[in-house]
Design a protein around this ligand. Structure first.
Ligand code: ARG
Length: 258
C-alpha cells in the first residue's frame, strides 16, 4: 500500500475524475488509515509500504504497479503519461527487495493487477480501456498460465478490478454491465457467478480485496455484503468516497504480495 501523502486529483483520465470534484484530502487520509488498520489489525495481514512520490497523485493505487507472482513482478506499462511517472518508483521498490522485474513489450499497455486477477491458476485479464489485449499473450507466455481475456465496454468500469473479483478458482463476483456479451458468455461457461447490482457496482462493490475467507470492501454495498456473509465470508466495509472520486477503492489501493 502507499499512504496518501501526495494524493490529489490533478488531471482527468477516467470517467470518475473531475477537477470540479476534488477529494477532501484530510478525509482521504482518515479513510486510508482505516483501510490500513482493517488490513493489518482486523484481517491480520502484513502490509508493506511504498512512499508516495510528490509528482504522482495516483500512486496510492498500488494495484496498478504490476502483477506479482512469487518473487517476480510483471511491471505495468501505463496508458497515460500522467501515471507513467510512477513506474520507476515501483520498479525500484521491487528491485531493492530482490524481485525479478519483467516488463511488457513496449507496444502493449498493461496496468497490472488493475487488469489481471487470478481465479485459482487461471488469470482473468481485462482489456480495451487501459490494458491492450496483446499484453495478455505476454502474461500467458511469461507465466505459463491460462489467461481469459475479458473486454470492458463501459468507461466507468475501466479496469477489470472495478468490475469483477474472484472468490476462488470456481466463484467470481461481477457486474455484468461492464462486459461485452462474449466476455459474459466466457465467464458463464467457466465460473459460478455472483452478480452485483448496478447501484452497488457504482459504489465500487467489485473493487474488493479477498484474503482467504475475509473480504474488505468499500462502504455502501449492503446487498453484496449480506450475500457474501451468507456464504461464510467475514466482510469488512470501509468508507472510501475520497478515492472513488479518482476512480479507485479498496482493491485499487492494494497490491497482493505473495
Ligand atoms: N485515477 C487512477 C487512474 O485512472 C485510478 C486507478 C484505479 N486503480 C485500479 N486498479 N482500478 O488510473
Amino acid at each position: 500500500m502507499c499512504a496518501p501523502d501526495a494524493y490529489d486529483l490533478r488531471y482527468e483520465i477516467n470517467a470518475w475524475m473531475s477537477l470540479k470534484n476534488r477529494p477532501d484530502l484530510s478525509l482521504a487520509t482518515q479513510q486510508w488509515a482505516q483501510l490500513y488498520r482493517v488490513m493489518t489489525e482486523s484481517v491480520g495481514i502484513q502490509v508493506e509500504l511504498i512512499p508516495q512520490a510528490a509528482e504522482t497523485p495516483d500512486m496510492v493505487f498500488t494495484a496498478n504497479a504490476g502483477l506479482v507472482v512469487g518473487r517476480r513482478i510483471l511491471l505495468s506499462n501505463f496508458r497515460h503519461p500522467e501515471r507513467q511517472l510512477e513506474a520507476p518508483y515501483f520498479r525500484a521498490w521491487f528491485e531493492q527487495r530482490g524481485y525479478e522485474v519483467l516488463v511488457p513489450p513496449e507496444t502493449c499497455k498493461f496496468e497490472g493487477e488493475g487488469d489481471a486477477l487470478f481465479a485459482g491458476d487461471t488469470l482473468l485479464a481485462g482489456y480495451l480501456k487501459r490494458s491492450d489485449i496483446c499484453s495478455h499473450q505476454w502474461l500467458s507466455e511469461t507465466l505459463q498460465r491460462r489467461v481469459i481475456s475479458l473486454e470492458l465496454v463501459d468507461p466507468r468500469w475501466y479496469h477489470l478490478d472495478t468490475a469483477l473479483f474472484p472468490l476462488s478458482d470456481e466463484w467470481v463476483v461481477y457486474y455484468p454491465g461492464a462486459f461485452d456479451s462474449y466476455a459474459r458468455r466466457v465467464l458463464e461457461a467457466n465460473f459460478q457467478l455472483i452478480e452485483v447490482a448496478p447501484e452497488e457496482a457504482l459504489k465500487f462493490a467489485c473493487n474488493s480485496v479477498v484474503i482467504g475467507d475475509q473480504i474488505v470492501m468499500p462502504a455502501g454495498c449492503p446487498k453484496l455484503q449480506t450475500e457474501l456473509q451468507s456464504r461464510g465470508f467475514r466482510v469488512y466495509s470501509v468508507p472510501l468516497s475520497e478515492f472513488i472520486k479518482s476512480g479507485g477503492a479498496a482493491k485499487c489501493l492494494t497490491l497482493y504480495l505473495e
